[in-house]
Design a protein around this ligand. Structure first.
Ligand code: NAP
Ligand code: GDD
Length: 354
């Protein structure tokens, strides 16, 4: 038998994002052949995976990148036929909640109907052994929105509060429907907020830690934020992608809440992040109403009991360790920026508009 026949082959949408980059690293380490969907951009968008793509031991051998888009159904079915994946991870999305109020239709298309387009592409597909492809859908705690119970479990009804949340509810239910209708091995991970030094700079944790680094190095004076009282259940992205993989290794597909079971206010994140470099957050943080949302999700707190029992879920990074990890990484980044500036180079830093 051809040796490549037994090779596990994953297709990851959203490979250029935070989670996609961690998942690609994890799967490559497990010996997978990894294929990533990249959407065309006029500027570089592969910064998070450049290190693994350019690794001479991996480049072009086990990590392959392909241009396609979740809004373009033809590109998705062509990719599936070409790659013949054994596992598909749908992580691609317009994932910014506030931006979804500005671009609700695009968000519905990419984050909602995009999942349907990908499911259609894999629905009748069987791998070399005749098995249906295993499919992971990146569902979100944002679907709980105006929460109807605390903590939230797999059985908590959804009450989304943003076009993004509504799009994710659609993607979630269409995935469940394809599982029930066509016997697809399709699982949804209802993941609560997870962060890392690779988090996009417009999400609140990274916006804060980026500012802490730059303020400490004298490169920024103030940090403008919106609602400081929102509470989130924040974990470390590296831990969460492991759960995506474990879901697809189960005999039966299912849906799981992945969370830490702790919740913290945005204000508390600020306090700890500034304290890490010996500063008092109250001297630097100001409220700018432009960062408030038309409808807010006030409190998220997940109950990961099912994931603990069935997937062996055990988060490895505490809230305090997460804050410290992100601040330390952004301090190093700001120090590098300062060195470049001091040497007369120009450094562009864009203040987050989200
Ligand atoms: P992220 O950093 O914003 O990455 C999103 C990815 O989707 C990027 O690779 C992006 O490409 C890609 N993308 C956007 N629009 C696309 C389109 N039309 N076609 C194809 N790809 C597209 O998000 P993340 O934090 O890694 O999250 C991964 C997934 O989990 C997302 O679906 C998100 O909604 C969901 N989720 C995240 C969290 C969290 O706390 N991080 C929690 C629950 C669920 P570019 O790089 O070109 O922009
Ligand atoms: N982005 C941002 N910028 N958020 C702010 C700011 C600000 O200046 N000031 C306060 N916040 C508050 C938001 O109002 C929200 O209540 C909270 O900080 C977290 O905002 P984000 O970090 O943008 O994350 P999110 O919870 O809205 O969405 C993230 O988590 C979801 C899972 O619950 C995203 O990663 C989604 O893609 C993901 O599904």
């Amino acid at each position: 038998m051809d040796a490549t026949m037994n090779q596990k082959r994953a297709l990851i949408t959203g490979i250029t994002g935070q989670d996609g980059s961690y998942l690609a690293g994890l799967l490559l380490n497990k010996g997978y052949d990894v294929h990533g969907l990249v959407r065309r951009s006029s500027s570089f968008n592969t910064g998070r995976i450049d290190a693994i793509y350019q690794d001479p031991h991996l480049a072009g051998v086990r990590l392959h990148l392909h241009y396609a888009d979740l809004t373009d159904a033809n590109s998705l079915s062509r990719l599936v036929r070409q790659i013949e994946p054994t596992e598909v991870y749908n992580l691609g999305a317009q994932s910014h909640v506030r931006v979804s109020f500005d671009q609700p239709i695009y968000t519905a298309d990419a984050s909602g109907v995009g999942a349907l387009k990908l499911l259609e592409a894999v629905r009748d597909y069987r791998d070399h052994s005749g098995a249906p492809v295993r499919y992971y859908q990146a569902s979100s705690s944002e679907m709980f929105g105006k929460v109807v119970e605390v903590p939230q479990t797999e059985k908590t009804p959804f009450y989304p509060r943003s076009p993004y949340g509504v799009a994710k509810v659609y993607a979630h239910w269409i995935t469940v429907n394809y599982r029930e209708s066509y016997g697809l091995h399709a699982s949804c991970g209802i993941l609560f907020n997870h962060e890392s030094p690779r988090r996009g700079e417009t999400f609140v944790t990274r916006k804060i830690t980026r500012a802490v680094g730059r303020i400490h190095c004298g490169l920024q004076k103030k940090l403008y934020l919106g609602n400081l009282h929102a509470k989130r259940d924040w974990g470390f992205a590296g831990d969460y992608v492991e759960m995506m993989w474990r879901m697809l290794q189960q005999d039966q597909p299912d849906d799981y809440v992945v969370a830490t079971g702790e919740t913290h206010e945005v204000r508390e994140f600020c306090e700890k992040a500034f304290a890490r470099v010996g500063l008092d957050w109250r001297d630097f943080v100001e409220i700018d109403p432009r960062y408030l949302r038309p409808a807010e999700v006030d409190l998220l707190l997940g109950d990961p009991t099912k994931a603990k029992q069935k997937l062996g879920w055990e988060p490895t990074v505490t809230f305090d360790e997460l804050v410290a990890m992100m601040v330390d990484a952004d301090l190093e980044l700001a120090q590098r920026e300062k060195t470049l500036l001091d040497a007369g180079h120009s450094v562009t830093f864009k203040t987050s508009r989200d």
